[in-house]
Ligand binder design. Structure first.
Ligand code: FES
Length: 149
């Protein structure tokens, strides 16, 4: 049997190899350039909400706010305390909703469930919802990353 009968010639093989290396080389140069031109949106350190906009939240309900490009969820507990979460699932970043009648957060993407404190209780979410710290100062509700000063 002759070598000539192979599916690819040596020239085709080397051209394919060279094209692959060239593509990888160009991608390694273009990726950092594109990241510099279009940087990923940075998460805020804090957001300040006007408390009068959120004063009427009944207990055991949630009102949304913007946490950078993600939804934030401000929840009034049954003890009238305010708690806040980043409103995206810890599985694959789908948005979550709060179901007051069940006192649970729900992610419809893959049937993920969290209890009312944001603890993952069922489905694929690997971690609790990200909690944010909430302080009320005068007419402002200041929401910060937990651990931020
Ligand atoms: S993204 Fe929420 S369960 Fe998969």
């Amino acid at each position: 049997m002759k070598f000539k009968e192979s599916l690819f010639s040596r020239r085709q093989f080397l051209n394919g190899l060279l094209g692959g290396w060239l593509g990888a080389f160009l991608a390694s140069i273009l990726y950092p350039v594109l990241r510099a031109i279009f940087p990923p949106e940075k998460e805020p350190d804090q957001v300040i909400l006007v408390s009068s906009d959120y004063a009427g939240i009944p207990a055991n309900t949630v009102k949304m706010f913007a946490w950078g490009s993600k939804p934030g969820l401000l929840k009034k507990t049954e003890k009238d305390e305010l708690v806040a979460f980043v409103g995206v699932c810890t599985h694959l970043d789908c948005n979550v909703i709060y179901l007051p009648d069940q006192k649970k957060f729900f992610c419809a993407c893959h049937d993920g469930w969290y209890d009312e404190n944001g603890t993952n209780i069922s489905g694929p979410p690997p971690r609790p919802l990200r909690r944010l710290s909430v302080t009320v100062e005068g007419d402002n509700i200041i929401i910060k990353k937990e651990g931020a000063t």
